[in-house]
Write a protein that binds this ligand. Structure first.
Ligand SMILES: Cc1cc2nc3c(=O)[nH]c(=O)nc-3n(C[C@H](O)[C@H](O)[C@H](O)COP(=O)(O)OP(=O)(O)OC[C@H]3O[C@@H](n4cnc5c(N)ncnc54)[C@H](O)[C@@H]3O)c2cc1C
Length: 467
């Protein structure tokens, strides 16, 4: 049936369609529509069945799930993506299509078993450097869904501006994090990244191009935010900007008592007004356990000379809780920032003598995880299975979680090797209309177990941890 079409110029398209048809038994009428669309939009040469492209689209950062697509689309324009979606929409049997940003999902969220993966980063080539545009009034940036946050940071800093809400790691795409939530130490104050979007261009499941915002096509807008790519493909997001600080004061303090640790975290995030001078700009927390060094791949923070005293503290208490905070400053505030930080930390219950601080550039702070990635990569330890687990725990349960999981499982079973994050955020900074789901309490905690494993033992780690 396919060979009866006389379109030799679209050989690749025919080849793909042949494969798709054999898999999904497209009826003749809808197939006519697909054929016309493909012919009109010429995506045939952008569909790849090369083993290298299929192989890359079958894996992600998790290295746990494998799903093999029929083909990979390397789009140059949003129209290419729409042509593919039309093909899927009019087929009699649904065709799975998944947008893939930087592929840093953990469990195949950007895969399409027997479907087509849209390799969003191909769009970058065609943007000719126009993928990130800062508005003339400096209030926002229009950013392609395929752009990496590190590039958004660098571009906006050129204008002395910055987005306000981040993830800990910046080599993730705008479309990828807006399809999840995008959380970090700024979330308590500014909300997740999905609370910091003014407008988006989306290609819907019917291949319509829609601009959406809280006022325009708002149902689509909120569905797409945190929607795991199930409500449309983001091709542009308008991100609000504010003046960028120049440097940051970065402080870590240590606790042996979990309730003192969470009480202080919750006190600090209660000061969360956007204009509040007493508010921190970033707050996270983590566990320190017996891993040989108080630093881990995500950060090397503590002065080497202080390692012995921190290690002996860990040996004594088995788990130490580390509160991490940041205050930004610029030329106007450089003379007052130390005093402000002192005031903010006054009255907290951390252990005397266990306060550590650094002073680094704003960009260096935001890009802090990159150095660890490059180090692991050079050791061949980055492309390994990541049986990570990220959870939201309501405030009312966090103490039980500490006793039952941190102490009862992680410590008792000696699973102390990976970074474990624990930090609170305010639900008022989220929006219930968005697809992302949060616990039903005003304060809830993000807990992240960020373990790496070998290719043969990730299941063991999972069972060891959670069974
Ligand atoms: C080292 C590391 C650190 C991380 N740190 C954080 C952190 O601090 N905070 C945090 O919130 N997350 C963090 N993450 C998780 C990360 O935010 C998500 O995995 C995110 O989805 C990755 O972005 P990506 O571009 O790789 O997306 P992908 O994995 O490619 O895609 C993720 C999902 O988004 C969809 N998608 C991708 N692009 C689009 C688009 N343009 N339109 C619509 N849907 C799309 C995909 O179909 C998929 O469902 C981290 C991940 C890693 C690997």
């Amino acid at each position: 049936m396919v060979t009866s079409f006389q379109i030799p110029a679209y050989f690749t398209a025919i080849f793909i369609i042949t494969r798709l048809m054999s898999m999904i038994k497209i009826s003749s009428k809808p197939f006519d529509v697909h054929h016309k669309d493909i012919k009109a939009l010429d995506i045939g040469d952008k569909l790849s069945v090369e083993p290298s492209a299929i192989g890359a689209a079958s894996l992600d950062f998790g290295h746990i799930v494998k799903a093999v697509p029929l083909a990979v689309l390397h789009p140059s324009t949003p129209q290419d993506i729409a042509a593919l979606i039309k093909l899927g929409y009019y087929s009699s049997v649904p065709l799975g299509i998944a947008a893939k940003g930087h592929g840093h999902s953990l469990r195949g969220q950007a895969m399409a078993n027997n479907g087509v993966v849209v390799d969003m980063k191909s769009m970058k080539k065609n943007r000719n450097g126009t993928g990130i545009r800062v508005s003339s009034d400096g209030l926002y940036a229009d950013v392609g869904g395929e752009q990496l946050w590190i590039d958004v940071l660098n571009k906006t800093l050129e204008h002395g501006l910055t987005p306000v809400s981040w993830t800990d790691y910046l080599y993730l795409t705008v479309g990828g994090t807006l399809s999840n939530a995008g959380i970090s130490g700024q979330t308590f104050r500014y909300g997740p990244q999905i609370s910091n979007v003014l407008e988006m261009d989306v290609i819907t499941g019917k291949a319509d191009f829609m601009t959406c915002s809280p006022k325009k096509n708002s149902e689509l807008f909120y569905a797409v935010l945190g929607g795991l790519g199930q409500f449309g493909i983001i091709t542009r997001a308008r991100i609000p900007l504010q003046p960028a600080p120049i440097r940051v004061k970065w402080v870590r303090v240590l606790y042996s008592d979990f309730s003192a640790f969470t009480r202080d975290q919750e006190l600090l995030i209660s000061r969360n007004g956007r204009e509040d001078k007493n508010a921190l700009d970033y707050l996270e927390g983590s566990l320190l356990m017996d891993q040989g060094s108080p630093d881990n791949w995500r950060s090397s923070f503590f002065p080497h000379s202080d390692h012995p005293k921190i290690i002996s503290l860990i040996t004594k208490h088995r788990i130490i809780y580390c509160l991490e905070v940041v205050k930004h400053y610029d030329d106007q505030t450089k003379n007052t920032v130390d005093k402000e930080m002192k005031m903010i930390l006054q009255g907290l219950s951390y252990m005397p003598g266990f306060m550590f601080q650094k002073d680094v550039g704003y960009g260096e702070f935001l890009n802090r995880v990159r150095a660890g990635e490059l180090k692991l990569e050079s050791q061949g330890l980055w492309e390994v299975p990541h049986p990570w687990l990220n959870l939201f725990i309501p405030k009312s349960q966090i103490s039980d979680f500490n006793n039952g999981v941190f102490r009862g499982i992680v410590l008792e079973r000696n699973i102390t090797t990976g970074p474990v994050l624990v930090y609170p955020m305010n639900r008022q900074k989220w929006d219930d209309r968005m697809s992302a789901v949060t616990p039903d309490e005003e304060i809830f905690y993000a807990v992240g177990f960020l373990h790496s494993s070998g290719f043969n033992d990730w299941k063991l780690l999972k069972i060891k941890t959670w069974k």
